[in-house]
Ligand binder design. Structure first.
Ligand code: COA
Length: 260
């Protein structure tokens, strides 16, 4: 297994955890941390034993407290335009071919919140706090925050959070649909495993194509989105797993999917 300086990659059955490991800095994301995440994504993608990816932060205080502000201070306009930065890494997370879950165990601020926004599902501990406080530094969220938050919670709430730098607690995050589940910190990992189990009980090809249809479709006009949906379904109709799923239902047994 590859070892990294700023993250741990823990594999547990079909789950891989990418754990941001800079707890003394509240898991703030340096350039090197993002490079580590990018490399770990490739490792997890290629590992056929892994079916689902979970992001979390080391310690009990923080998921990730955003971009490293020391590094941020030195950035130039050209740095913001250079490819390979945080926005590009999170695009890889959003389009990752296996399902992704953000296990939010504390502060998810700025780039930490944006990492969670690029995951498919967000599960939070009662101690979680989420927000995009970039305007406090006279910059804007630019790793997808201005685009993904609005798609998840709507324009009114997104503008409120971004313009006011409003940090919401887990309960409010749940109420506005920013996270799917809230649990006590003691059972957070268990809850994440339950969510993963539910996803992994489905046909893996259907999971993959549902994710593509939702992600690409929500960025397209409805006609294009509906065509993406139709084409994805056409692919699924030609699979052995679709026959297995429908047959298992009719035979009143559990399906055994093969990913074909
Ligand atoms: N970048 C760099 N260092 C950070 C950081 C960040 N985003 N977030 C926290 N740290 C560092 C602090 O500077 C501090 O370092 P020190 O021990 O050398 O002084 C250490 O992590 C602990 O942070 P501290 O503020 O003392 O912890 P806290 O528990 O009281 O508060 C936060 C935690 C997350 C609320 C607070 O650190 C914070 O607001 N961080 C910045 C969040 C932010 O604005 N992110 C968006 C960046 S674009």
């Amino acid at each position: 297994m590859i070892t990294f300086a700023n993250i741990d990659v823990i594999k547990k059955g079909p789950l891989a955890y990418i754990v941001i490991n800079r707890p003394d800095q509240r898991n703030a994301l340096t350039k090197d941390t993002l490079e580590d995440i990018k490399e770990a994504l490739e490792d997890v993608r290629k590992d056929d034993s892994i079916a689902c990816l979970v992001f979390t932060g080391q310690g009990d205080r923080s998921f990730a407290a955003g971009a490293d502000i020391g590094q941020l201070r030195e950035k130039t306009a050209l740095d913001a335009l250079t490819s390979g930065g945080m926005q590009d890494v999170y695009n890889l997370v959003e389009s990752f071919e296996k399902p992704t879950i953000a296990m939010i165990n504390g502060y998810a601020l700025g780039g930490g919140c944006e990492l969670a926004l690029s995951c498919d599902i967000r599960v939070a501990s009662t101690t979680a706090k989420l927000g995009l406080p970039e305007l406090n530094l006279s910059i804007i969220p630019s790793a997808g925050g201005t685009q993904r938050l609005v798609r998840i919670v709507g324009k009114g709430k997104a503008l409120e959070m971004i313009l006011m730098g409003k940090v919401v607690d887990a309960e409010e995050a749940h109420r506005i649909g920013l996270v799917s589940e809230v649990t006590s910190p003691e059972v957070l990992e268990e809850k994440v495993e339950e969510v993963a189990d539910q996803i992994l009980s489905k046909g893996p090809l259907a999971v993959k194509l549902a994710k593509i249809a939702v992600n690409l479709g929500s960025d397209a006009d409805i006609k294009t989105g509906l065509m993406i949906e139709k084409l994805a379904q056409a692919v699924l109709f030609s699979t052995e797993d679709k026959r297995e799923g429908t047959t298992a239902f009719l035979e009143k047994r559990k399906p055994e999917y093969k990913g074909r």
